[in-house]
Design a protein around this ligand. Structure first.
Ligand code: CTP
Length: 406
């Protein structure tokens, strides 16, 4: 990759790993990138700004509370200039501030203002890293598209051993490169994704639902967003945060989803149905809480919900790509192939939900992608990796290369 003139902003926060960030700067400079360093006040206690100034050959921006007017100009200028915004080391404190949107110094203000991809390389004591608050902040930031490099495990400066050591500068530079290389190959595509579980009401306090967490659908939405697509996600009940930077439409029941999808699908180039839809709903929904009748059985009559994917498949326009999922516990390929045809899908992502690492509420999946003509089996991979494969497949079909499996 040609690094010449690539604009990297590096935020350095106050941790002992700050000295390692000097090597990040020198590696980036060596490659030909322009590096602009912002140091928090605490960071300057660990490493002299002069070190970063010398290595970057640029002025180091520090917190100068005495000169607020300089602040305004600088934070906007660097926020706009950055192609990648790196924070290394990232302390628990900066992660918490970023998650909350706090802008009380030069670094937090600039990172809040930037539209560039953000990469954080955390470094802290193991206890701080594993603390519920930090982990929650990391998840929040990830859901907004912030990337993480590390932390690694090993002996920490405080004498403890465990996760919390900043990744090596070489790894951080690789992560920056991956971001700069990131494909914008979905730019201009309108992608509609369904995610999560539907809820079928029985009464004001009860419903029928399933174990879907929304992780797979959201992973697709995030990957599509990161590759430049215009994304709409229609989501039911989920256990993870709704990704930022996309149009998100909440629904409750299969009937809500049905109406929303018939309305939305025609305006999209690709539709991916990852929601776990209830096949049945209660024939009668009680307006009042259903009372227990001591000693009596409760018989619930369920009626069939429409097959949303099949309904959307019926109105498919030329050039549109439709994909669905098949969660199976037996005869995976046979059942998935039948659904592919019945729902008029271009491909179906089949997974055996009984296998460890596949299915509901985990971060990984073991899937096969079936088209009319071929089957591709994938190994255990993260839902994000599978999401990238799904997008690759959509692009390939749009380019007219449907039958090649790679
Ligand atoms: N689906 C849908 N509408 C339904 C049921 C399912 O749109 N009423 C979609 C799902 O979002 C998924 C695909 O169809 O993309 C397959 O869902 P799945 O539950 O595996 O299959 P069903 O068609 O419901 O068949 P069965 O429950 O008999 O396995």
């Amino acid at each position: 990759m040609d690094w010449t003139g690539r604009e990297i902003v590096l935020g350095v926060t106050g941790g002992i790993a700050a000295y390692k960030s000097a090597e990040i700067v020198s590696r980036l400079r060596h490659l030909g990138a322009h590096v602009h360093v912002i140091m928090t006040k605490n960071a300057t206690e660990f490493v002299s700004p002069l070190t970063f100034q010398t290595l970057s050959a640029n002025q180091v921006v520090k917190d100068t509370f005495a000169a607020p007017e300089y602040w305004n100009v600088e934070h906007v200028a660097l926020a706009k200039l950055a192609e990648v915004f790196v924070i290394a080391p990232a302390t628990a404190n900066i992660l918490a501030k970023m998650a909350a949107g706090i802008a009380d110094d030069m670094l937090s203000t600039t990172v809040l203002a930037t539209k560039a991809p953000v990469l954080a390389a955390p470094a802290m004591n193991t206890g701080m890293w594993t603390a519920a608050a930090t982990q929650q902040n990391v998840r929040t930031l990830q859901s907004r598209g912030v990337r993480f490099c590390g932390p690694d495990s090993g002996l920490l400066a405080c004498g403890d051993s465990g996760a919390g050591r900043m990744s090596e500068p070489e790894e951080i530079v690789k992560a920056i490169e991956a971001i700069l290389r990131r494909k914008q190959d979905c730019a201009g595509l309108r992608i509609l994704v369904t995610a999560g579980a539907t809820r079928e009401r029985l009464d004001p306090v009860r419903f029928l639902s399933n174990d879907s967490s929304g992780k797979m659908g959201f992973a697709i939405a995030e990957a599509a967003r990161d590759r430049g697509a215009d994304v709409t996600v229609v989501y039911g009940n989920v256990s993870v945060p709704v990704p930022a930077g996309i149009r998100a439409i909440p629904i409750e029941s299969a009937m809500d989803l049905y109406e929303t999808m018939l309305r939305e699908a025609p305006a999209h180039d690709a539709v991916i149905q990852a929601a776990a839809v209830a096949d049945y709903r209660a024939e009668q929904v009680s307006g009042e809480k259903i009372k227990k009748k001591q000693g009596e059985k409760w018989t619930l009559t369920l009626v069939e919900n429409p097959d949303i994917a099949a309904a959307v498949g019926k109105i498919k326009k030329p050039g549109q790509v439709f994909a669905g999922f098949a969660a199976e516990t037996e005869h995976l390929q046979e059942h998935a192939a039948a659904k592919l045809r019945k729902k008029n899908l271009d491909f179906i992502v089949a997974n055996d939900v009984t296998r460890p690492g596949a299915g509901f509420n985990v971060d990984t999946n073991i899937a096969s992608i079936l088209t009319e003509t071929d089957v591709t089996d994938y190994p255990l991979q993260s839902k994000r990796e599978l999401a990238e494969e799904i997008l690759n497949r959509i692009l390939k079909i749009r380019a007219g290369g449907q039958s090649d499996a790679d």
